[in-house]
Design a protein around this ligand. Structure first.
Ligand code: PLP
Length: 409
């Protein structure tokens, strides 16, 4: 007689990991679509799903000679791409920005995991913003670390309070994560605030992990301040890539620059090199687009300026929230999302998951519940700003209808 079939066990800490942007609700959405329902899906910041294409000069850079993309590259990536990235950071004032300190990856996603794997020992703590982009929490947990959240409160424009942040530092803290401009709330961090955070990192010897993937997606004159120049000789990893600013997320191209005084980087530099080597190299065709992207014409500012697609969609969302008695919004200064709060009678007994499910089932709109971004409240939701403004007006009309029904119930 054969023994009973045992289900495969999985890594225990996976039970602590959540990534609801593509989770249960997204699965339910696919079921509804398979049954013939038409949904407006606003859960993922995926430019290609909303009619955006990577700029033509990037497409040509890959397509011109696919033959040369056959071999593996150096584990850190093609020198020509790394040199272009290093030069771009040097122009921004990042110290020691040389090709040898740039690592290419299959999207920023891979590099987030790789850098935390290089850094953390069991029980080490990482200061992560709340709300966060949840991969930062997930990768910390999966690399045996512990996320410790610093609050970025709506009443403070979703900016952190450095005093509160420093109070969270313990003997186990190893790093501070910054996401600027921020996903999901769109906050853009002013220079003085970043200087205070850098000072905390220096004082407590913490690595700065700075996710700047939305660095050029800014609205209404918001200024972007890169952290590496402020960090100077203090260890700092800056992350960015082609997914958002260059609308090429399917190409899976990301990079990170390690700045700071060489002697302080110690074994960490070698660990990044080893972990990069273990995965051989990043997707090579995508690497060929990097030089064209970094040195080519600016194709994003126009989209973020009055009359531009992203600007007008953001304006439609701001106006819809201002006109609704059920919603309040901190206008996003950057990035590709809005993170409205439900307020007033509709917020009584509100649960963001129930709301998101009901919104999808009854109104055909998929949003991400705010608590997916590791916040301790449940009255927010996130939408991407990628659709046309007219779609957003329709969406917020439906949201308002549902919230009015709920307020009257
Ligand atoms: N970091 C942030 C803040 C993001 O919002 C995203 C994707 O939405 C990523 C990283 C992942 O980007 P990539 O496509 O380069 O893996």
């Amino acid at each position: 007689m054969s023994s009973p079939v045992k289900p495969l066990a999985t890594r225990e800490r996976l039970s602590e990991v959540r990534y609801e942007i593509r989770g249960e609700l997204a699965r339910r959405a696919r079921e509804l679509e398979a049954q013939g329902h038409k949904l407006i899906k606003l859960n993922i910041g995926n430019p290609g799903n909303f009619g955006f294409r990577a700029p033509a000069h990037l497409q040509h850079a890959i397509a011109d000679d696919m033959g040369r993309t056959d071999p593996y590259t150096h584990q850190q990536g093609l020198p020509v791409a790394r040199e272009a990235i290093a030069a771009a950071y040097a122009r921004r004032g990042a110290p020691d920005a040389v090709a040898d300190r740039v690592f290419l990856g299959n999207g920023v996603s891979e590099l987030i995991d790789l850098s935390l794997r290089a850094l953390l020992n069991p029980g080490d703590e990482v200061l992560i913003p709340s709300p966060d982009y949840p991969l930062w929490s997930a990768a910390t947990i999966l690399n045996d670390g512990r996320p410790v959240y610093y609050r970025c409160r709506p009443e403070n424009g979703f900016l952190p309070d450095p005093v509160e942040m420093e109070a969270l530092v313990s003997s186990r803290t190893r790093a501070i994560v910054l996401i600027n401009p921020n996903n999901p709330a769109g906050a853009s961090y002013p220079r003085e605030l970043l200087e205070k955070i850098v000072a905390i990192a220096r004082k407590h010897n913490l690595l700065l992990l700075v996710d700047e993937i939305y660095d050029q997606i800014l609205y209404d004159g918001a200024q972007f301040q890169p952290v590496a120049p402020l960090a100077g000789d203090h260890p700092c990893l800056t992350f960015s890539g082609l997914s958002k600013v260059h609308r090429a997320c399917g190409w899976r191209v990301g990079w990170m620059l390690l700045s700071g005084a060489g002697e302080q980087l110690g074994e960490f530099r070698a660990a990044l090199d080893l972990l990069s080597a273990l995965r051989l190299c990043a997707n090579v065709p995508g690497q060929y687009a990097i030089e064209a992207a970094v040195n080519g014409p600016d194709t994003i500012t126009e989209l973020c300026s009055p009359g531009g697609r992203l600007y007008e969609t953001r304006r439609a969302v701001i106006e819809a929230c201002a006109a609704s008695k059920h919603l309040s919004l901190v206008a996003p200064a950057g990035a590709l999302y809005a993170f409205p709060a439900v307020i007033g009678p509709a917020a009584q007994g509100f649960d963001d998951h129930d709301f998101a499910l009901q919104l999808m089932e009854e109104e055909g709109v998929l949003v991400v519940p705010g608590s997916s971004f590791n916040v301790p409240y449940r009255n927010h939701f996130r939408v991407t700003l990628l659709p046309e403004a007219s779609v957003m007006r329709e969406v917020f009309g439906r949201i308002d209808k549902l919230l009015s029904r709920r307020a009257e119930a």
